[in-house]
Design a protein around this ligand. Structure first.
Ligand SMILES: [Zn+2]
Ligand SMILES: [Zn+2]
Length: 66
């Protein structure tokens, strides 16, 4: 993700722009099937990677729904 001079968030995959990070994350999840770790803001292409990350980095959060 990049932020341009107009303070827009831009999707590097398709060039779509968003007013805030929440919209950008929703776009990623819906259009590109990406997952964002709410804790460290890392991004993952597959839910398996996201799960593996959570298991390794945030074991205390395993009971929390995503
Ligand atoms: Zn996109
Ligand atoms: Zn994380």
């Amino acid at each position: 993700m990049t932020r341009n001079q107009d303070n827009e968030y831009r999707c590097e995959e398709c060039g779509a722009t968003f007013e805030n990070q929440v919209e950008w994350e929703q776009h990623n999840r819906k259009i590109h099937s990406r997952y964002t770790c709410e804790n460290c803001r890392e991004h993952f292409d597959a839910v398996e990677e996201f799960d593996a990350h959570n298991f390794k980095m945030h074991p205390e959060l395993q009971k929390i729904q995503r």
